[in-house]
Design a protein around this ligand. Structure first.
Ligand code: FE
Length: 349
């Protein structure tokens, strides 16, 4: 966890370590003055530093940051209740933002800037959260071992790939959002059949994150994996242990070209329901949709910008053009619990 550049007193730093203490022992500490912006973020990329300093310079508004895992931040906002200093929650995956919305932690925002710049399917219909960069969940494969890589998500369940496929756990939010999209497109029965087929094709039981799936191609354990684009793009841009020297052996398919397009998700943010600095919070979201911020925001994690006409990070230019699913992301939230039930039913751990 890191805190703002101004630094906090030793006492305040202690408080930041324990969410439960905050409401009672008081983040009324003077470091969190009124009229600033208190950002709870699960992002932690170097380019984001420029993002924050740009905003501070442009607006004169100081950003105070708490960085932690998304689920920890969401629980923390809930525990802090009405006393929460949080103005903005910044995290990844529409499914997670939807959870925060369901818990009543966010508020609707009306902004002409955001409505105009951010495509409708990449934001909540009530304005409770907005996508600011995109990631696509695609198929990667071992070029040496797979002559006919699957071209669709459906094909991952084809028996010709028995013993070859690796994914992360069915309870992971990325896998839940993917399943939610499949339910939306094909219905529950087909989605369940798909999950059973992919499970039957597994090379090993699910383990690790997306980078671990890609590493398993390099180590020879898996031939075909599902991963978000940025994990691979990152290995093209900088050194990623167990991956960077070996990216030449890995091929990729943006699935479902010509039909639904590849499954997309977002990194996004919403204004917290109890935000003490609501106006600054909206201003910050609008800033994130600006040309410059979009570039920094996407570069920081090798993601696709959401605003039209913004330059792609170099790593993603290397991955080429693709067709993207334009399903509304609110469907990911609405189908989330059914998605989990389906994985559970087929024993997709
Ligand atoms: Fe991720």
């Amino acid at each position: 966890m890191r805190v703002n550049r101004r630094g906090l007193t030793a006492g305040a730093t202690c408080l930041l370590a324990g969410a439960a203490l905050v409401a009672t022992a008081g983040l009324s500490a003077p470091a969190w003055a009124a009229g600033e912006l208190n950002l709870y973020s699960s992002r932690h990329y170097d380019t984001d530093e420029r993002l924050y300093s740009d905003f501070e310079e442009q607006t004169g508004i100081t950003i105070n940051r708490i960085e932690d895992k998304a689920d920890v931040l969401i629980e923390r906002i809930q525990a802090e209740g009405a006393n929460s200093p949080a103005d903005v929650l910044l995290t990844v995956d529409a499914g997670r933002l939807w959870r925060a919305e369901e818990m009543g932690l966010l508020q609707p925002v009306e902004s002409e800037v955001l409505a105009e710049k951010i495509p409708e399917h990449l934001r909540d219909d009530e304005g409770q959260w907005f996508g600011f960069s995109k990631r696509v969940r695609i198929i990667f494969y071992d070029k040496n071992d797979v002559a006919n890589p699957p071209q669709t998500y459906a094909a991952l369940a084809d028996p010709q790939y028995e013993g070859m496929v690796c994914t992360r756990s069915g309870s992971n939010i990325y896998m839940l959002s993917l399943m939610a999209a499949i339910i939306e497109h094909k219905g529950e029965a087909a989605a369940e059949e798909w999950a059973r087929g992919v499970w039957n094709n597994r090379a090993r039981d699910p383990q690790g994150g997306d980078t671990d799936q890609l590493r398993a191609i390099v180590s020879g354990e898996c031939d075909i994996v599902i991963s978000n684009t940025y994990y691979f793009a990152r290995a093209l841009r900088k050194d990623v242990d167990g991956l960077s020297g070996s990216t030449d052996m890995i091929g990729w398919v943006f699935p479902n070209a010509g039909t639904t397009g590849a499954h997309a998700n977002i990194s996004g943010a919403g204004v917290v329901a109890t935000a003490p600095n609501e106006e600054n919070a909206i201003r910050f979201l609008e800033y994130l949709a600006s040309q410059q911020a979009q570039e920094y925001f996407a570069e920081g994690n090798d993601e696709y910008p959401v605003v039209a006409g913004v330059e792609l990070p170099d790593s993603l230019k290397q991955m080429g053009e693709y067709e993207e699913d334009s399903l509304t992301l609110t469907a990911y939230g609405a189908n989330q619990s059914l998605a989990q039930q389906i994985y559970d039913r087929v024993g997709y751990e």
